[in-house]
Write a protein that binds this ligand. Structure first.
Ligand code: ATP
Length: 447
């Protein structure tokens, strides 16, 4: 295949992510672990900022949504009820010659796996691909000291089920009434066969899910409401709207229990791909849990005395995929004053560091004042102190980290107590009194 010119953007981003401490390969010194990634000092802040913003918008800003943090390990019957034991599978083929494993629908496979004419996309052998076998994507482990079938538990492949099985607990303890929602952020695990594209598809990832319980018959309206809300939220993260679109599931794509579903897609360098979904899951999940647990999960409407199993409108986002969207969208290569720079134009609310403080030179009282400025700022914001190298290089390093403001203490500062504040995007410099910096940044970081 000819080299894909777009690939280089991902290569550059992966290398920046490592160089600046956003994302590292898991267990790198041992050669890495397939499609598992670690977040470094800047990455952990970025992802935390995304999750906090999501939590604030879902849980804190709304009266009708409660938060939850359910355990990763759950009763194995949960996954029978949800359909994951029987159906959370991908068709898989093996090459008997080179031992590589593929999804049966891997576009690189020529011909029909299992037939003599099919060719292995890796070693090129003909007739060595097995017929597709179904492979369950859930990770299994054992609870307690005995590794036997009765002790099998799964690492959850989605956080949603923790919400469904707690729906009554939350309803009763919070005194909510339908319509209401439950939001959760947490790890999920899928033993993906063909993972890849950096943190896009990984075997361990984080989801931000909200399940909204509604009266049947009002589900279409709520579905439409949440679809719009989610898009607004994403645009509010500073993601370029022209890079976002909805993809409505076709009949073939729709899960058997779902009434309607939209993916929210981003135009990654490797094409338009889903990173969030809004689904009308009907009353499938609660009905199944009622059936499998034998526990009544009906809702009694206090005004009409009607009993019903609520419908669920779900918004399901990957925190890691959203982080990738934000990083890809922010990545720019620009020419500034005749020099090339790489900059992450991250929304200030998401930027890992809000500002960096630089003494112009390490003498004449500048480091002392810069330290005082830094100490005051870090009581309020995550800020960074850097006195190494030329001021230009220090600015460039912070551009790559996505830091919105660079604060320089110079000769004038020690005279009149003002500092310069450089805006990462416009490159404009403001002179601001050092004792007004907290308020100044507060104003700029709002929203
Ligand atoms: P895909 O078709 O890409 O496998 P999916 O349709 O199975 O995704 P959902 O089950 O709807 O995804 O999960 C909701 C969200 O969780 C996805 O939009 C994505 O952001 C995230 N997600 C799912 N699987 C992974 C994964 N392997 N790695 C990272 N994020 C994931």
């Amino acid at each position: 295949m000819p080299p894909n010119p777009n690939d280089t953007v991902m290569d550059k981003l992966v290398s920046l992510a490592k160089r600046r401490g956003f994302v590292f390969q898991s267990s790198e010194i041992y050669g890495g672990l397939g499609s598992v990634w670690d977040y470094g000092p800047l990455g952990v802040e970025l992802k935390k900022n995304i999750k906090e913003r999501w939590w604030r918008s879902m849980v804190h800003k709304r009266e009708d949504i409660e938060g939850l943090d359910a355990a990763i390990l759950m009763h194995p019957k949960v996954w029978e009820a949800s359909g994951h034991v029987a159906g959370f599978t991908d068709p898989l083929v093996d090459c008997k010659h080179c031992k590589n494993r593929f999804r049966a629908d891997d576009p690189r496979i020529k011909g029909t796996p299992g037939e003599p004419s099919a060719q292995c996309p890796v070693c090129g052998s003909k007739g060595t691909l097995t017929a597709p076998r179904m492979f369950n994507l859930m990770f299994k482990t054992f609870i307690g000291p005995v590794e036997e079938v009765a002790a099998v538990v799964y690492l959850r492949p989605e956080t949603a089920q923790g919400i469904y099985v707690n729906y009554l607990n939350v309803l009763q303890s919070s005194r909510q009434k339908v319509p209401f929602g439950i939001a959760q952020i947490g790890k999920a695990f899928r033993n993906e066969i063909t993972p890849g594209n950096f943190i896009f598809r990984t075997r361990e990832f984080e989801q931000m899910e909200m399940q909204f319980f509604v009266k049947p018959g009002t589900d279409n309206e709520w579905f439409e409401f949440w679809r719009q809300e989610r898009m607004k939220w994403l645009v509010g993260l500073g993601v370029r709207p022209e890079k976002l679109r909805f993809h409505r599931h076709t009949k073939e794509e729709l899960a058997h229990y779902a009434k309607d579903a939209y993916d929210i897609q981003y135009e990654f360098p490797f094409g338009w791909q889903e990173f969030e979904g809004v689904h009308n899951r009907t009353n499938f999940d609660l009905s199944r849990h009622q059936e499998f647990s034998g526990k009544k999960l009906e809702y009694l409407d206090p005004t009409t005395s009607e009993r019903f199993i609520p419908y669920v409108v779900e918004t399901s986002a990957g925190a890691d995929r959203t982080a990738l969207v934000v990083l890809v969208d922010a990545y720019r290569e620009e020419e500034v004053e005749g020099e090339k720079r790489v900059v992450l134009r991250l929304h200030p609310a998401l930027a890992p560091l809000k500002a960096a403080v630089f003494p112009l030179v390490n003498k004449d009282g500048m480091p002392e004042l810069a330290r005082r400025v830094f100490d005051e700022l870090r009581r309020h914001y995550n800020v960074f102190y850097d006195d190494g190298g030329s001021i230009g290089r220090r600015y460039r390093r912070q551009d790559e980290a996505g830091t919105p403001f660079g604060i320089t203490v110079d000769g004038q500062s020690t005279q009149d107590g003002t500092v310069t504040v450089r805006d990462r995007d416009t490159l404009k410099q403001d002179r601001v009194a050092a004792d007004r910096l907290v308020a100044y940044l507060g104003e700029k970081l709002k929203g």
